[in-house]
Design a protein around this ligand. Structure first.
Ligand code: ADP
Ligand code: MG
Ligand code: MG
Length: 883
């Protein structure tokens, strides 16, 4: 096996398709080299080496040392330099790079190969002592941090103190003499901290860095990041060794990062930042204020600092062309890193750019319209779960707001919360149930767990491409970065700006769309659907096979569902209509009456209420099917919750207290979930069926008249396990239906079907389908009864199952294919056996879950039904399931 893959401009052993072996960075460096783009020569040590390293006690496979030696020789040949040479020394970077992008989580060492001798050679060669010494002090600092385990803060302090004493503001103000003295202090610090001299042998440096990069795969922050992003631990990282190019030289030298489109809004314009005389992470570290790439961006931001377009028009033009080329080649928005050394452009990295949900939508739709990708591909590009962010609130434009500062609009959307100054505090306060805004000078990878806990992130330093901005956009969290007017003092627990002194725990609001920061809580507004959103959903609707319905019963929900594109109601839970004040009393009278006459009297009060509800729903959903489920929950859910309520019912029913108390006792059940509920209750009290069917049919005729469109109700019976139950109830339904139709003198067609939500119903589906005209899989109860786990009690132990890897998913969110899924499959198969055209749907919580929707497509269900806000997610997921 080959452990090392080389690349240089014009040729490469690897390619973009080999990212499993070469990591994303290595594979794309190879691809850019193949495309003939200006990439400094180098080689990639494969992820297989990392796997070997961890499987074999941190040792290297046979042959690696030799292959690395030839790799270095290759770079020497391509550059005409010598690694460890006393003249024209070759410096390299040693860069991590895993299969999945893990920005900033793994280690990288730059300027490797420098020592006391070669630094002088470098200075002589370029006639630039400042540059050579600046590189050396950077190298010592990075190497000591990454390889020798000396905290980089120690070096930063030395540097800051030196600048303070000398009255200098920026690193770039340091003279050769200053740097010489700093380098000496750095080396002395290494000696003191590690009890040995800073390593002078480049070979030693190289292998030190390689092993440090491999070890960084297992550092704490990388482990957290992998957990959050579900990146398997056994993937490992590659190690890229590459000739250095220098953005920290004098003259026209700079380093920068860019997105080929705006990662916040998705707008098709080059978007990025750079710094003159800088290297590596300087741009994202917030040490100096970065400059804009394009004139347009500079002008719209009102920046005084010249753009790259203005400063170095030729390098800029080449860069712009390369960005367009990369987009065309990779057919997606790219996030690139580049360096300009004395006017010459070098590409150091390209990868698919992270973006906000809004940008993802816009970019996918724009690219499809530009002909860069197909509409099917655009549909597949959007994570259905991310739509939830688009349907998230933004600040109400008309609400009064007291703006205390403005930063950069780094990740869109509004958020309010209590101020916290550390990731730990963010987690703790959020855990107590408070919304929090994480306020940091600049976030680092160690902060990700705090960013997760926060509603939004605010930083006082750093640009649009800073760590905070990138991570927040990926998480879909509002973020304002670089709010320099604010002064955060975490020790004192204060945030000050122009006379305002806010304390930890105070509420602030941030607007990641405008960059504004406000005191207190500003009201939010429901989002609007963008043009891109509407286009993409239309494409999705064209390709999907399954219909999408909603679970809804209040007129408000039904309206939302229809606006979000629901093609019917899959589950209208009639009992939800009775929890309203004023109604629940009549319901209680019905339940607590101890004879049929008493129940009928109470039902007569409920009838007009139900009729009115159904009429409204039929009218809103005019032309679309509506499935109404007859009364389902056990009676106890409606029972009086306290003595006062009980008194009121007793009085209304005119029952003496003692008999009333007996009645309450009689209704108590040991296990209501498995007790007297669903069809069992309807069988005991057919007068309930009579009332509900009368309400449905009368409402259907009223709505048909008012809308002019026929209404064909679908009546659904819950909790069936045998054909007999269904036969009995269907007969009762038909009796009442016939009676109402005879009274009115008109007919309408309707269907009677059943929930399939108990394991026995799946097994007996063939007989049940002889009576049922449709099935709707009630996967909430089916999951409860298949697992024998009560949904309401699962929270105390199921999360532990997930954490311990015993159950990889929460079966109440995603259909458990192995158990529940197999039962559904049996239900579908047997149901179709006796009724080949039986209508099949799902109405459990999982009906809005993309993975579960894909499974429903496999079963060829006719529709999924989910909560109204998840309807767009389901429409997209159903489309993806067919591609
Ligand atoms: P990360 O994966 O954390 O982004 P990289 O390996 O990309 O780390 O390195 C960080 C930065 O170091 C790059 O953005 C680039 O600016 C700089 N860098 C890496 N390799 C080189 C090189 N060969 N020449 C010049 N700069 C480099
Ligand atoms: Mg990088
Ligand atoms: Mg149920």
């Amino acid at each position: 096996a080959s452990w090392v893959y080389g690349f240089e401009r014009g040729r490469a052993d690897g390619a973009a398709s080999m990212s499993d072996l070469l990591g994303g960075k290595g594979a794309n460096l190879a691809e850019m080299a193949r495309l003939g783009l200006p990439v400094p020569p180098g080689f990639t040590i494969t992820t297989a080496v990392c796997t070997w390293f961890y499987a074999n006690g941190s040792s290297y496979p046979n042959g690696l040392i030799g292959e690395v030696r030839s790799g270095i020789a290759g770079i020497e040949a391509a550059t005409g330099r010598v690694f460890g040479g006393a003249e024209r020394p070759l410096l390299v970077s040693v860069r991590s790079g895993s299969r999945a992008s893990m920005p900033g989580m793994l280690d990288t060492v730059l300027d490797l190969g420098l020592n006391d001798e070669s630094v002088e050679a470098l200075a002589r060669e370029h006639g630039d002592e400042v540059f050579a010494l600046d590189s050396y002090r950077r190298f010592i600092q990075m190497y000591a941090d990454v390889v020798l385990g000396v905290d980089h803060a120690v070096f930063e302090e030395i540097l800051d103190d030196y600048k303070d004493n000398a009255g200098l503001m920026y690193d770039t103000d340091l003279s050769g003499e200053d740097l010489r003295s700093i380098v000496d202090t750095f080396k002395r610090t290494v000696r003191e901290e590690t009890d040995s001299e800073f390593p002078q042998d480049p070979q030693l440096q190289l292998w030190g860095a390689i092993s440090a990069v491999l070890n960084s795969w297992m550092n704490a922050r990388a482990i957290v990041y992998r957990k959050l992003h579900q990146i398997p631990e056994d993937w490992g990282t590659a190690v890229n060794v590459q000739a250095m190019v220098f953005g920290n030289m004098g003259g026209e030298s700079a380093t920068g990062v860019a997105f080929t489109r705006d990662p916040s809004t998705g707008e098709n314009r080059l978007f990025g930042e750079f710094l003159l005389k800088a290297q590596g992470e300087d741009v994202v570290s917030g040490l100096r204020t970065p400059q804009y790439l394009t004139e347009a961006a500079r002008r719209s931001a009102g920046s005084e600092l010249p753009s790259l377009e203005e400063l170095m028009p030729e390098a800029f033009a080449e860069f712009q062309m390369i960005c367009a080329r990369l987009e065309r080649h990779f057919q997606d928005m790219q996030d690139v890193e580049f360096t300009i050394e004395r006017g010459k452009l070098w590409m150091l990295q390209t990868r698919t750019g992270k973006r906000s949900a809004e940008a993802a939508m816009r970019i996918a739709v724009d690219m499809a319209e530009e002909g860069l990708i197909s509409t099917d591909m655009a549909i597949q590009r959007i994570d259905p779960g991310s739509l939830e962010q688009l349907l998230h609130p933004t600040l109400d434009e008309n609400a009064p707001r007291e703006v205390i500062a403005v930063g950069l609009p780094a990740s869109p959307g509004g958020a309010s919360g209590r101020i916290v100054f550390s990731a730990e505090e963010a987690e703790a306060v959020a855990h107590e149930g408070h919304p929090v805004i994480l306020v940091r000078t600049e976030t680092s990878p160690e902060d990700i767990h705090g960013m997760h806990a926060a509603k939004g992130v605010l930083t006082t330093r750093g640009g649009m491409t800073s760590h905070a901005a990138v991570v927040a956009r990926g998480m879909g969290k509002p973020c304002v970065s670089g709010a320099a007017q604010l002064k955060a003092d975490p020790k004192a627990g204060t945030l000050t700006c122009r006379g305002h002194v806010l304390k930890a725990g105070d509420f602030i609001t941030i607007d990641g769309t405008s960059g504004q920061i406000m005191v207190g809580v500003v009201p939010m507004r429901e989002p609007e659907m963008s043009d891109a959103f509407v286009r993409l959903m239309a494409w999705a609707d064209e390709v999907r096979r399954m219909k999408v319905r909603a679970n809804a019963e209040t007129p408000a929900e039904v309206r939302v569902a229809r606006a979000f594109g629901a093609e019917g109601i899959g589950l209208c839970r009639t009992e939800h209509m009775f929890f309203d004040e004023g109604r629940v009393l009549a319901m209680r009278e019905m339940i607590l009456a101890d004879n049929e006459d008493g129940r009928r009297a109470a039902l007569a009060k409920l009838l007009p209420m139900q009729r009115k509800d159904f009429t409204e729903i039929f009218e809103i959903m005019s032309g679309q099917p509506v499935t109404i489920r007859l009364l389902d929950p056990p009676f106890h859910e409606f029972l009086p919750k306290n003595p006062e309520e009980a008194d009121a019912v007793a009085k209304a029913l005119d029952i003496e207290p003692e008999r009333f108390a007996d009645r309450l006792r009689a209704l108590r059940e040991y296990n209501p979930m498995l007790g007297h509920r669903g069809c069992r209750l309807l069988i005991s009290h057919p007068e309930i069926v009579e009332m509900q069917i009368r309400a449905i049919f009368e409402a259907a005729f009223i709505a048909a008249r008012s809308t002019g469109a026929p209404v064909n109700p679908e009546i659904m019976i819950p909790l069936i396990v045998t054909k007999g139950e269904l036969e009995y109830l269907k007969a009762r339904i038909e009796e009442t239906a016939e009676a109402v139709m005879a009274e009115i003198g008109k007919r309408l067609s309707y269907q009677v079907g059943t929930m399939i939500e108990l394991p026995r119903a799946c097994l007996a589906a063939q007989e049940i389908a002889e009576v049922a005209e449709f099935f709707s899989f009630g996967t909430n109860d089916l999951t409860q009864t298949t697992f024998g786990i009560s949904r309401d009690d699962a929270a105390s132990f199921l999360p532990g199952y997930e954490a311990k890897g015993i159950l990889p998913i929460d079966p109440f969110q995603t259909i458990d294919r192995r158990g529940v899924g197999e039962l559904m499959e049996i239900g579908v198969l047997r149901g179709r056996r006796s009724r080949p055209d039986i209508k099949l749907g799902i109405c459990g919580e999982q009906g809005g879950n993309p993975g579960s929707i894909a499974f429903c497509e496999q079963l060829k269900l006719d529709y999924v039904s989910c909560s109204p806000f998840r309807v767009p997610i389901a429409r997209l997921a159903a489309a993806q399931a067919t591609l």
